[in-house]
Every structure is written in C-alpha cells, then in structure tokens.
Design a protein around this ligand. Structure first.
Ligand code: 0X9
Ligand code: ZN
Length: 774
C-alpha cells in the first residue's frame, strides 16, 4: 500500500478554518436554538424531543460548518479528522438540510418514539428496580440504574469488602445531593493512586455504567486475578461514577438528553457545562460565554459546586498519578491538551499509552476505538477536567469517549453495558499500570505470532517514561524456549531515543518461544505484556508462500456472477476513494489496488457508491491448494454499522474445493472494524485440498436500505510446517529426554521408536536416538 492523504487534508488552510469553525460550533454555538425550547418544564412533564431527528453530516468545508451551525438544535458529537458531525434537527431543519445539499444521513428519524419507549421501559421497571447486587451479581449491569441504585451498589461494595473498599464524599451538588465515590485498595498509606470518574455530562449513561463496572470488577477480582491484585497492593483506585448527580437525575426524570448541571442561570436557561468550568485555561476556545449554550463555561472558573468539589479532591489527594474522565460517545481515547492543538509535555508518552489503551480495548471485545490528543482528534475545548488534572497537578489524565459511534449515541441499549464497560476496564488497567509503574512498553509492530525457525528474530519496543525517570540499562528482554524453565535475560539496546531492540533466541521449528519485556523506572517496573506472569508467545515455524495476489493485475477474478442482483456498489478493482464507510487505501501490501464494492468520487456521499438492492459476488480464479497443509489468507474490509438500518446485513465468505460446484462457509462477516482485517484458514478444515479451490465473497444489501461497503485484498496460499525431525518421537521439534522415555517404553516392541526399521526397538535404536540428541 502507498498511503495517500485523505482528500480533506489536502487543503490545510481550509482545514484550519474548519477546525476554528468547529470549535465554535461545538455545542456552544447552538445556544440560540436550544433556547427556543423555552424554560425547562416542571419535572412531571418529560421532554421527548418529538419530531426531531438525529442526523450525521460529513462536514468538509467552512461553508458546511455554517450550514450545520444554522440548522442544528444540539450538536451531539463530532470528529474533525474524519468529517462526520452528529446533531439534532427539527422538521424545518431537516428540510433546510435537504435544500442545502450538504451530504447527510438520518441516524434517528424521530427521537420522540425512541425516547418515549426508553422512558416507558424504565418506568415499567420501577424506580427502585435492581438489587444493587455486589460485584456484578444480581443483574446490576443488565440495565441502567437510577442514582439511588448506584449509591446502593457502592454501599454494597463497601459492605462486601470492608477490608478493601472505603466510601467517601467529595462534596454536595447544587441541589444538595452528595457526590460519592469509593476507594479500593490494599496498598500502604502514601502509595500512588488512580481516579476513574464519569458523568460530568448527565446524559452519558454509558460512561456512568463504565465507572460503576470498573469499581465492581476491581472488588470482585481482588485476590483472584493476579493483575488486579498486584495493582491494588501497590496503588489505590478511586471511582466517582456520578460527578453531576443533579443533571443525572434530571436526565432520568425529565430530559434524557440533558448535558449540563442544573444551575439556574437566571435568564430562563439552566445549566453550566461542568467540563468547561475547570480553572486551567478556563475561558479559552471551545467553551461558551452564553448561559443558553450546551458548553456554557459558567460565570467563573469553579463557579459550580460539582466542579469545585472535584478541584478540592485533586488538591487533597497529592499522590494521585493517573486519571480517566469517562464520557460518551464516539469510541475515542483522548489525551491532553483540550484547549490547544500544541503538543503537551511528553506527547510521545501520551501517544504510546493511548495506542496501548486502544489495543487493550480491541483485544478485550474486538471494538475499534481511535486514540489521539483531544484538540486534534475531537475538537478544542477549554476548562476541562483533563487539562486541569495534567496542567495543574501533572496527573496523567485521559478522557475516554465510550461506545458507540452514533448508532444509538447517548441512548445506548442496555445489552451494550457490559461489553462496553469490559473493554474500558481493559483500558483503565493499562492506564493505571503505566501511571503507577512509571512507563509504557509498546512493541513495535506488535508481538509476532510466528518467526522463522533457527533464526534469532528481532524484537523492538518503544519505551516511554510516564512518571519518575528511566533507569540506565533498565530495559530487558526475558525469553525461554518452551513453556517451562527459567527465562534468559538480555539487556535491550537503545537504538534511537526511546527505541529498544534485542533478539529472541533462535528456536527449532515447532518450538514455542515465551517472552516479556521489563522497563525499570525510578518508581516501578513496567512490563509487556502487562500483569504478573503474562508472556508473549511466538511460534517458530517455516512459512512457504505458494501463491500471492495483490490485485495489482487481474489474475482471473470475476466481479459479478449470474444471478447477482445489486444495482450499485458492484465489486470493482481500484485504488479506492475513501468515505466514512469505505477504505481510502488498499491494505498494507505492494501497490495501491484492491477490490471494493463500488468506487466513489472524492467528497461524494457515503451512500452514493455502496451496495444497493441485492447481492454482488466476487469469485476467485482456481487456486492451487493441493498441498495437504495449504492455508489461505486474505484481508477484508466490511462496514455495515453506518447510515440507515445499520447492522442489517452480512458478508458471507465461502470456499469451494471443486471449482465452484459446492461451497462451504469460511465466515459470515458482521464486524465493523473500519480497518483491513487479515484472516487465514487451513483449507483441509473446510474442503479437500486440491488444485481447484476457489474463494467467494458476497457483499449484499438485503431488504433494507443499509449502508454496506466491503473490500478484499492480499489473497495468499501458503504452507506452515516443520520438516519431521528424526528421533523426535513426541513431535515437539526436538530430540530430548521425553523421546528417550518413549523409546524405552517401547523397548522390545515395534513402531515409530524403531528408528532403524529393524522390526524391534533395541540398543541400536537407542544409540541412534542419542546421536540425534538436540
Ligand atoms: O466536550 C466534551 O466535554 C467531551 N465530549 S462530550 O461529547 N462527551 O461532551 C470531550 C472532552 C474532552 N476533553 C477536553 N476537551 N479537555
Ligand atoms: Zn461528555
């Protein structure tokens, strides 16, 4: 693949103007329209946003921004670098949007029924529903919970493990509600600590449940999970799930989409955006002076009791070293700064740790998040928690925007609570360990699953100090061949600042290499992989590539077969033009071409060249997979979670061993990763290996008007095997004591231990085995 810039980054001046305009647009700029709601209704009369829609426009120019500005009732979320912005419009706004010609999709046609159904479901369950069961028991995470239920759950954690959990209150909200948290620790006094908080923004319930889940799991896993146990023995972890209790209650009782606190601003409007009310860089960009605005910064820094309580918490807890402020939505892992696009101190450290957190999330549930600094990844916002925590206290501070990416937005289905929180617990542990141990170790190019036998394969890692200082010679590789015995320690060489290299031991074909890296700082020892005793595992095995197709020329693929019904988005071999649903580049293989479903035009709408009205089939030529151990690999792209009727389709990928006569399903793709994903299969697990194997990729839009995009690249046939080792009776790749035991056990008989084929296992076989000894 040769990377080409995304079309909208080609014009940097326009982009800068766009960034400025977007900073203005951020909920702040929509104040006047929000005010059109008039004064808030009394609590007994919920607001359901009837007749309003949620739309996503792909903003590409400052003019587009002005259009959105004029039309939006509330901006929900947006990312500058990929262009989409989600916002609420009324019926007039929807008409205006259609007239404006701005490319957009309707994510929710009418919020009214959605919010009414959501409200009714919760009302049926009753206010006191849920049993506050301890440590995940009793279905606490089956549904969203009212403030009282969350408080009861925190109390239950304390009651269950008084040796581990201590309750605290950091202050009182405007309406007199305590802002509660729990401290979870077995560490001695004076140890470093971590804070996880959520719900500065009332409507972000997916963040609230994440914080509750983290507290719950830490309590449940302490004493059994080595990683959690080790963390809690050397650090304290505080969880404050609801920083804005008044707003949270209001989002349950009156307006599900309420964001701010409940300050009466005195002009008929309510609420200060707590995440614009912190002192560090208070009053800068991306915050509003207008009380009607959704990002109203308040009359002065820390004017609000909720943010002031958080300020006091940070002052009082001097050994706090790491922090995550959970928000929703967009699936982003965000680091300082928020107030400026200028890089923060240790930007490289933040970047490396952000990527580690993103990877941990993906390993946990397969969900794709993006990582980067706030101001350049999302938008400029000043007076926020993250900037204050890092700017004033030096705390390694993050915002995570949890699921999803706009399909449900703030109104996350209850079934997503646990998977969402599970992936964010993984990120939380990653942050906690890096902050406590003082460093992050990030493997360059990941941990290789396979290396060539008998060669010392290089291992490279980026080591970034997050706290304290590096220890000279403190980065070391530990490796062993096999799964038992001592690890051999090798110092890693610093080949460039923060880049360390060493080699894995050469291992015979078939052997498993286990290894880990340690990086010592003055405050602790960081490790890859994280967690005591965890190892990377790499297999030494010989790979022989028999066939490669990079799609730079057509080696006989058929794009379309008889019976295909799709009317647009047919498979085509091109250098793709990206949209929010389609790749901008082919996969990481030589050249630029791949197969995708329909070629777009630069700046075109995402729905313009997707698959519509039926199926489109991509059929391979005959592939020679006659080696009995043949494996087939391909890289695929699939997107079906954007646009109308998301997740309604799938892409079946099948294999035939008889030239297309009969087909066996390899996988039915539904995952939406926004990335090229490589898959490989052993042919014999599906069909009889032979010279007439074919692959078939069926992209389809069945029944509903969905946004469906797919791609295929880098098809290969290869074999991974070890030549048989003479004398290796147990097949572990070496001749050793285990083989001797087998030979002696077979003494006097026949079979494989009869190495010389004399008909009897005897002394001459023993002599031979000893001569072959590894
Ligand atoms: O705007 C915000 O406060 C956060 N996004 S949200 O959609 N949840 O409202 C992002 C906060 C990022 N942090 C900083 N801007 N410092
Ligand atoms: Zn938020």
């Amino acid at each position: 693949m040769r990377r080409k810039p995304q079309s909208f980054t080609r014009c940097t001046a326009a982009l800068r103007a766009l960034a400025v305009a977007l900073a203005l647009l951020s909920p702040a700029a929509i104040s006047a329209t929000v005010a059109a709601d008039g004064p808030p209704r009394p609590p007994e009369e919920p607001l359901f946003h009837d007749g309003r829609s949620v739309v996503r426009a792909v903003v590409a120019t400052p003019r587009d921004v002005r259009t959105v500005l004029a039309i939006a009732k509330d901006v929900l979320n947006h990312r500058i670098d990929v262009g989409p912005v989600d916002f609420i419009v009324d019926a007039d706004g929807l008409r205006a949007l259609a007239k404006s010609g701005l490319a957009h999709e309707v994510l929710v046609a009418d919020l009214g029924p959605v919010l009414r159904a959501d409200f009714a479901a919760r009302a049926r369950r009753g206010g006191a529903g849920g049993d506050g069961g301890v440590a995940g028991g009793g279905g606490f995470f089956d549904d969203f919970r009212r403030l009282e239920e969350i408080e009861a759950h925190l109390a239950a954690l304390v009651a269950a493990r008084p040796d581990l959990v201590t309750p605290f209150t950091i202050g009182t909200s405007l309406e007199g509600r305590p802002i509660r948290g729990v401290r979870i620790t077995k560490a001695p006094a004076g140890s470093p600590g971590i804070l996880f908080n959520a719900t500065q923004h009332a409507r972000e319930w997916g963040a609230t449940t994440t914080a509750c889940f983290i507290a719950d799991r830490l309590v449940a896993l302490e004493g059994s999970d080595p990683r959690v146990t080790a963390l809690l023995s050397r650090a304290w972890v505080d969880v404050i799930p609801v920083v804005n209790p008044d707003g949270y209650v209001y989002s349950w009782d009156v307006n599900r989409l309420w964001r701010k606190n409940r300050r009466n601003n005195g002009n008929g409007s309510f609420g200060v955006d707590l995440n614009r009310n912190w002192a560090f860089q208070w009053g800068g960009g991306g915050a509003s002076t207008n009380p009607d605005s959704e990002t109203y910064r308040g009359p002065s820094a820390f004017s609000e009791p909720e943010s002031a309580a958080m300020r006091d918490y940070f002052v009082a807890n001097a050994t706090l070293v790491g922090h995550i402020d959970f928000h929703s939505y967009s699936q982003l892992v965000l680091s300082p700064w928020g107030y400026t696009t200028a890089p923060p101190p240790n930007a490289a450290g933040f970047n490396a740790l952000g990527l580690e957190m993103r990877d941990a999330i993906e390993r946990a549930t397969g969900t794709a998040y993006a990582a980067g600094p706030i101001a350049s990844t999302l938008y400029i916002a000043s007076g926020s928690s993250v900037d204050h925590a890092f700017g004033v206290h030096g705390v390694i501070s993050w915002t995570i925007e949890v699921r999803d990416k706009g399909t449900y937005g703030f109104v996350m289905p209850a079934s997503e609570i646990v998977p969402n929180a599970t992936e964010n617990l993984a990120a939380a542990l990653e942050l906690a360990e890096a902050a406590v141990d003082g460093a992050v170790v990030r493997l360059s190019g990941g941990a290789r699953a396979v290396v060539e036998p008998d060669l010392a394969a290089p291992v490279a890692a980026e080591v970034r100090v997050m706290r304290g200082a590096a220890v000279a010679g403190g980065v070391r590789l530990f490796a062993r061949i096999g799964s038992s015995g001592a690890f051999t320690e090798t110092p890693m060489t610093e080949t460039a600042p923060a880049s360390f290299a060493a080699s894995l031991p050469a291992a015979p074909c078939g052997a498993r290499i286990e290894w880990y890296i340690e990086a010592a700082t003055t405050v602790g020892v960081a490790r890859s992989p994280r967690g005591p005793g965890a190892v990377h595992a790499t297999q030494a095995i010989a790979t022989q590539v028999l066939f490669t197709d990079t799609f730079e020329t057509n080696l006989g693929w058929s794009a379309g077969v008889a019976g295909d019904t799709a009317t647009s988005g047919l498979w085509t071999r091109v250098d793709p033009v990206g949209t929010i649903a389609q790749p901008e580049n082919d996969s990481d293989d030589p050249g630029t071409l791949c197969f995708v479903t329909g070629q777009g035009v630069p700046g075109g709408a995402a729905g313009a060249a997707d698959v519509d009205n039926g199926v489109t089939t991509l059929l391979s030529p005959r592939l020679d997979a006659s080696h009995p151990e043949s494996r087939i690999a391909y890289r695929r792209w699939y997107s079906n979670n954007l646009g109308g009727a998301p997740n309604a389709d799938s892409m079946p990928i099948s294999i035939s061993g008889d030239d297309g006569g009969t087909w066996v399903l390899l996988e039915d793709v539904v995952e939406n990763r926004g990335a090229w994903i490589e898959r490989s299969f052993r042919v014999a697990d599906f069909v009889t290996p032979g010279a007439s194997v074919r692959l078939r990729f069926v992209a389809r839009d069945l029944g509903q008007a969905s946004l469906v995009e797919a791609g295929v690249d880098a098809v290969r046939v290869f074999v991974q095997e070890c030549p048989p080792v003479e004398g290796d009776l147990n097949g572990d790749g070496t001749v050793n004591g285990a083989d001797l035991t087998i030979l002696l056990g077979a003494w006097g008989g026949a079979g494989p231990a009869d190495l010389d084929g004399s008909g009897t296992v005897d002394a001459s076989d023993l002599t031979r085995l000893l001569a072959l000894w590894s």
